[in-house]
Design a protein around this ligand. Structure first.
Ligand code: MTE
Ligand code: MO
Length: 235
């Protein structure tokens, strides 16, 4: 299969013999993400995991089974909704905003954790300040240019100093596999909040549950006190 050619999630599940999503719903809640993703990784029907450098203990996750592609030159981030000035950012526009560095763990709700990951980028709060948030806005919705994955935060969560629109991780640019050129990094929350291939940010009146949250994961995904887990906090 051609590198990065997207494979529909249903096709992947079909190839794995998992059948319809009903099978997945039948499993215990905390097994859901693993049920979909672990077989994809282990049996690798797409051949994609071989193309992904196994960076520092991260596992490659993509609900579409593929890796969408945007060159640095073609990348655009749109910020819309309840803002004073809707805006489109290029990578150069993001680089012109104040840059922040963080070193924090990354923890997936299925249990794996990567310690002390260096992250760089623009604080989401700085980006929001740049476009101006209207008083009616209470939440932020994120969309991926993979066309499927979504996430959300309350406005208060989005304004934390440890939430980044990340352009760098592990000492380099965010790679395509890890959601480059730009992904979200929500330090104090489980990995599913850290949406990859960030394409759109929308200010909304209320939180819209994201992709995994529609499948039963907690909307407030604090590491250590959500999803019935008891991990050491990351944030
Ligand atoms: N677009 C998109 N973002 C995503 C995911 C995904 O499947 N698609 N998986 C999430 C989950 S569950 C985790 S743990 C992390 C994994 O990041 P990594 O692939 O860089 O290891 O990405 C999160 N962001
Ligand atoms: Mo995850």
């Amino acid at each position: 299969m051609e590198e990065g050619k997207p494979v529909g999630r249903r096709i992947v599940l079909g190839m794995l013999g998992l059948g319809a999503l009903g099978t997945v719903f039948g499993r215990r809640l905390l097994d859901t993400e693993q049920a979909i993703l672990a077989p994809v990784q282990l049996r690798d029907p797409t051949g994609l995991s071989g193309l992904v450098p196994a960076g520092a203990g991260f596992r490659f996750y993509s609900v579409t089974g593929g890796q969408p592609s945007r060159s640095a030159a073609n990348y655009r981030l749109t910020v819309t909704g309840l803002v004073t000035r809707a805006a489109t950012f290029t990578l150069a526009d993001l680089a012109a905003l104040p840059q922040t560095q963080l070193v924090r763990d990354f923890q997936c709700v299925t249990g794996w954790r990567v310690p002390k990951v260096p992250w760089t980028g623009v604080r989401l709060r700085d980006l929001l300040e740049h476009v101006g948030v209207l008083p009616t806005a209470q939440a932020v919705r994120f969309t991926s240019f993979d066309g499927e994955y979504t996430e959300s935060l309350t406005l208060a969560q989005a304004r934390r100093s440890d939430v980044l629109v990340a352009t760098g991780m592990l000492g380099g640019a965010v790679t395509r596999a890890h959601g480059g050129p730009v992904r979200l990094y929500v330090a104090p929350m489980y990995g599913y909040k850290s949406l990859k291939w960030l394409g759109g940010i929308e200010l909304t009146e209320a939180v819209t549950p994201g992709y995994w949250e529609d499948l039963g994961y907690d909307v407030d995904a604090w590491v250590g006190h959500s999803n019935g887990r008891s991990d050491e906090p990351t944030g």
